[in-house]
Design a protein around this ligand. Structure first.
Ligand code: P6P
Length: 335
């Protein structure tokens, strides 16, 4: 890569030039998300010092313990996008219903769906967490955005990305023209292009699954897990090394950069799967497909699933296409 310094803002503008009909609204929306990421990253960095670690003592709509940084991240993204006139509506993991644009402010032609802080149980141990987002064009003609605007197939995504708060803060996004990674230089407050044109490596490196719940899974999912570990006598293979962060964004980011598969199958605890379709699986599926990978619910491409509910859960197999298709084969054969 030449020694140019390319900020995310400049990269977004250069990407916009490839869309003649672009009006800049879409680019500005991506800036807004990047800025929200910088603000959340700053809060993450000082959380331990200003007491924003820990729980609010409340349960969120998912019946999960709500961490203070969950609330901060959610509020930050909502505030950054409520008054710009670029969105018709938003949907968040932390809010039961569609988030309307405040009265008196214009509505735009896009909708934003997001998980403000995924993996937040990792916060108190200073482990990696992240924000996941997806952008769609509204389907409704005008006025306040609707639930239908937010319940679109992942195939109709116009932009998807995530911000990962780890040893460094990175923003990875795609508008369908490659997947690009930017690392935050907190000294200047800029996301700088560090991983242009990301492609998932052809050679899988890691498998990522929580084996604690294997007994609760289907026969197909169990056999797939044993195949990955090289203990399927009918179809022996070299075992794939394992990594599991317990935060979807972190496990996905490693899968994207190093190759392999992350999967969270349905099981008897979560018959529809644990992870969320609209604001977790769909954005990451759009990214991985753009990077040469594939994402499935075990039966079909995640991007072709018709969402019926904002907080709908789904099984998720995501990463190397060969491995994900192998999971589909095991499930088709044994379930
Ligand atoms: P388990 C975090 O709570 C999360 O929603 C995802 O980020 C992560 O992949 C998954 O749950 C971890 O679930 O059952 O392994 O703790």
């Amino acid at each position: 890569m030449d020694d140019q310094i390319i900020t995310i803002e400049r990269h977004i503008v250069e990407q916009e030039r490839e869309y003649p009909e672009a009006t800049g609204v879409f680019s500005n929306l991506l800036y807004d998300i990047a800025l929200a990421g910088k603000i959340i990253a700053r809060e993450m960095a000082r959380a331990g010092l200003v007491g924003t670690l820990g729980s609010t003592g409340e349960m969120n709509i998912q019946r999960e313990e709500q961490m203070k940084l969950d609330v901060f991240a959610n509020q930050t993204i909502i505030r950054m996008n409520s008054f710009t006139g670029r969105l018709a509506a938003m949907a968040s993991e932390e809010r039961e219903d569609v988030i309307d644009i405040p009265r008196g402010y214009g509505t735009g032609k896009y909708v934003l769906v997001f998980d403000p802080l995924d993996g937040s149980s990792n916060i108190d141990i200073n482990a990696t967490v992240g924000t996941i987002f997806g952008v769609y064009r509204r389907r409704s003609e005008e006025g306040p955005g609707t639930i239908a605007d937010c319940l679109q197939k992942g195939r109709h995504t116009v932009a998807a990305g995530y911000i990962i708060y780890g040893s460094s803060t990175m923003m990875v996004y795609t508008t369908g023209k490659g997947v690009h990674g930017f690392t935050l230089d907190s000294g200047v407050g800029e996301f700088l292009l560090s991983h242009p044109d990301l492609r998932i490596p052809n050679t899988p490196r890691y498998s990522s699954v929580n084996h604690a719940y294997e007994a609760f899974r289907s026969e197909g999912a169990k056999r797939f897990g044993r195949w990955l570990q090289g203990i399927d006598e009918e179809d022996p293979r070299e075992p794939l090394s394992e990594r599991y962060f317990g935060a979807l964004v972190a496990d996905f980011h490693r899968t994207l950069l190093k190759g392999g598969i992350f999967y969270y199958p349905a099981d008897s605890r979560y018959p529809e799967g644990k992870l969320r379709l609209v604001y977790e699986a769909n954005p990451l599926a759009f990214i991985v497909e753009e990077a040469g990978g594939y994402a499935s619910d075990g039966l079909q491409n995640i991007l072709d699933v018709e969402p019926r509910d904002l907080h709908q859960r789904t099984p998720l197999f995501i990463g190397d296409r060969v491995l994900v298709e192998k999971a589909e084969q095991f499930i088709a054969k044994f379930d």
